[in-house]
Design a protein around this ligand. Structure first.
Ligand SMILES: Cc1cc2nc3c(=O)[nH]c(=O)nc-3n(C[C@H](O)[C@H](O)[C@H](O)COP(=O)(O)OP(=O)(O)OC[C@H]3O[C@@H](n4cnc5c(N)ncnc54)[C@H](O)[C@@H]3O)c2cc1C
Length: 294
């Protein structure tokens, strides 16, 4: 298995349970099973977006995560609680520990490393690792998660620009943001919220501006059992950050940036865009209709 985040770890758990003759190797860039991108966060303010009652990793035991959380995190956890994602990572890791504890330890090999290439040979699938070692597998599973976002091709902002962070999901992505700086987030989904609450928890006291293509806030979740669309808004305590939505635009950001890219210095002068838009409202009909909601 290439990738031992959520999917890879859960598949390993199921294969250990159901395929007694299988021998499994999981190669992952991380050292600890089950974390991956979503559940490897170190920020307690990064919460699951699904309530505890709907996060069981075992379909045959729908309350499994809820019961685990009560026993291992806190008795006060309720079905509707949104728990930290890091806690969920521990839960997924514990499932693998449990599965290997049932006399299966010698059937699972956890390899900390990075897969560089895969080729189909007569002997099976040949997997080349970054440390130059090779594995041969009869069956290969790619459970490598999400790819990094593409480069936005914003003129003046190359991939190596100090003022442009292409992907938030690296350990150093927001290390250099000045504590009292001005940050412009392009796109207003859960990733933006993740960034906002994380830098806030690190003492960031500057301004966060968010540019939204559709002008919609991410929908808050009410924590109802049994699925369904959840529409209610988060309360202030669930989203402990005040966001200055100076930029609240119903347009594709590329369109906006292309108009004014010469004046633009992302992360330094986000208000330049707002000023520009303010001057030419006819070009951006959606601007202003929901502006400055905070
Ligand atoms: C920020 C965020 C929050 C989320 N929150 C929730 C939530 O609250 N609830 C929910 O149900 N879903 C959530 N999701 C969806 C989530 O992505 C999936 O539920 C699940 O975690 C995806 O699992 P995965 O195994 O595909 O990827 P991941 O868990 O990311 O695992 C991929 C693994 O592959 C490894 N890998 C990649 N390439 C290589 C390589 N070449 N060599 C070796 N290892 C490699 C990585 O190191 C990583 O460990 C969230 C997603 C994100 C991004």
């Amino acid at each position: 298995m290439v990738g031992g985040g959520f999917s890879g770890t859960l598949l390993a758990v199921q294969l250990l349970r159901r395929g007694p003759s299988l021998s499994i190797a999981v190669v992952d860039k991380g050292q600890v099973p089950g974390r991956g991108l979503a559940y490897g966060t170190r920020y307690p303010c990064h919460l699951l977006n699904v309530p505890a009652c709907n996060m069981s990793a075992l379909p045959e035991e729908p309350d499994h995560f809820l019961q685990w959380a009560k026993a291992n995190y806190g008795r006060t956890v309720q079905a509707t609680t949104f728990l930290p994602r890091a806690v969920y990572g521990r839960y997924v890791g514990s499932l693998l520990e449990e599965a290997t504890g049932h006399g299966c330890a010698d059937r699972l090999q956890w390899i900390h490393g990075e897969v560089l290439s895969i080729s189909h040979e007569q002997t099976g699938m040949e997997v080349q690792l970054a440390d130059s070692s090779t594995l041969i597998a009869q069956t290969l599973v790619l459970s490598i998660g999400n790819f990094s976002p593409g480069n936005s091709n914003i003129p003046g902002l190359g991939a190596n620009s100090m003022r442009y962070v292409r992907s938030l999901w690296s350990a150093t992505a927001w290390r250099d943001i000045p504590k009292d700086g001005n940050v412009l987030l392009i796109g207003f989904g859960l990733t933006s919220i993740d960034l906002a609450v994380a830098i806030k928890s690190e003492g960031f006291a500057g301004h966060i501006h968010i540019l939204s293509r559709h002008g919609l806030m991410p929908q808050a979740l009410s924590g109802r059992r049994n699925g369904g669309r959840r529409q209610s808004r988060r309360t202030g305590t669930e989203m402990p950050v005040s966001i200055d939505l100076s930029l609240w635009v119903d347009r594709d950001y590329k369109e906006i940036l292309n108009v004014n890219h010469r004046q633009l210095n992302i992360l330094q002068q986000p208000l330049a865009i707002a000023r520009h838009l303010g001057r030419d409202r006819r070009a951006f009909g959606g601007f202003g209709c929901e502006a400055r909601r905070s």
